[in-house]
Design a protein around this ligand. Structure first.
Ligand SMILES: [Zn+2]
Length: 348
């Protein structure tokens, strides 16, 4: 059985290709991080090498070893491969030596025990220009028994000549109901947490499972949202002081702004009486109190400012200045003793 969630059309196509023996030599799997690209790649590798007639049974020795990374004919290449675990932080690209040693040379040898040698390059966009050109040589004259799978969430960073030699599949975000269904199979999870994680995942099942196994994400989100909630009624000087507590690396800042945007989107949804579509389900009371204090125009303008900040982030603008602008653009309200829920006053 295919383990990949929510990509039925692609699976159907691949199953058909396997049964008709009309496989491409290279596939490009495009989609956001944690949407299931690696799961699909391992599923396909199992389907090609499993003894159960082209469908990954998931239970045989071949399937199990592929899942555990112990099958000699399925080779996963990423930026960490071949590095000392202590140097993981330094790993930023997939170099030519990695592609030459692990793929180009070994691809000319027949499979050790399976039907196909399957090479999976994770975050293929991290290949250096030399590594991409080295891969291109194998893509131009691929040995018959070789299938190459390139996984990426940044397709535009790949060489067009590499893309043009692959059959391309785009993995779409998985439906919330399907994510809830998969999460409900984990023991001891309450339904509210399942629902919350599926909404926060944005359709990426892998993300939801990681957040399930590591509480630190939900804890830090909780803290960040509590701080953000309070900023609406803080003084200008408090807001500017708060900037000093904000993370200084661009990736974390981008995550933070997206978190704020998800909150503001929820406020807007409440303004339009669409409570069932809210993402931050566990913060409904706080979001409602913002919705009570802000007008639609105020929240719209602030969403525009946050979106503008995301664009400016990609241009390497000064982080401190960007946050100063955001803190001044954020509407400011007087603190009231009572944030009580006033459903009638939400829509204005
Ligand atoms: Zn199997």
């Amino acid at each position: 059985m295919w383990q990949t969630a929510g990509q039925d059309r692609i699976i159907e196509f691949l199953r058909d290709s396997i049964s008709r023996r009309s496989l491409a030599h290279a596939y490009l799997l495009v989609g956001p991080p944690h949407v299931g690209k690696m799961t699909l790649a391992l599923d396909l590798a199992s389907a090609l090498n499993c003894g159960e007639g082209g469908i990954p049974c998931g239970a045989c020795r071949v399937c199990q070893r592929i899942q555990q990374g112990k099958y000699p004919d399925v080779i996963v290449i990423d930026k960490y491969v071949g590095r000392d675990p202590k140097d993981r932080r330094k790993a930023t690209e997939i170099g030519i030596d990695t592609i030459r040693e692990l793929l180009q040379r070994s691809s000319n040898l027949p499979p050790y025990e399976g039907n196909y040698k399957v090479y999976i390059i994770d975050d293929a966009d991290l290949m250096s220009a030399e590594a991409s050109n080295c891969l291109l040589k194998t893509l131009e004259e691929p040995p018959r028994h070789v299938i190459i799978l390139l996984l990426t969430s940044q397709e535009t960073a790949l060489l067009p000549t590499v893309i043009s030699r692959c059959q391309r599949f785009e993995l779409k975000p998985v439906a919330f109901a399907e994510i809830e269904n998969r999460l409900s199979k984990f023991d001891g999870l309450n339904p509210d947490k399942i629902k919350l994680l599926s909404r926060l995942s944005g359709g990426c099942l892998g993300w939801a499972i990681s957040a399930l196994q590591d509480d630190s994400y939900l804890q830090s989100r909780d803290q960040r949202l509590s701080e953000f909630f309070g900023l609406l009624t803080r003084s200008w000087s408090d807001r500017l002081l708060y900037i000093q507590q904000i993370p200084s690396d661009r990736h974390s800042v981008e995550e933070l702004i997206k978190l704020w945007l998800s909150w503001c989107r929820d406020v807007m949804l409440l303004k339009y009486n669409c409570e069932e579509d809210v993402t931050n389900l566990d913060k409904l009371n706080e979001i409602r109190s913002w919705a009570n204090m802000l007008t639609i125009l105020e929240i719209k303008d602030f969403i525009n400012s946050l979106n503008k900040m995301l664009v400016n982030l990609s241009y390497n603008a000064n982080l401190h200045l960007l946050f100063e602008v955001i803190m001044l653009d954020m509407p400011k309200k007087e603190k009231k003793a009572d944030y009580s829920i006033n459903a009638a006053g939400v829509n204005n």
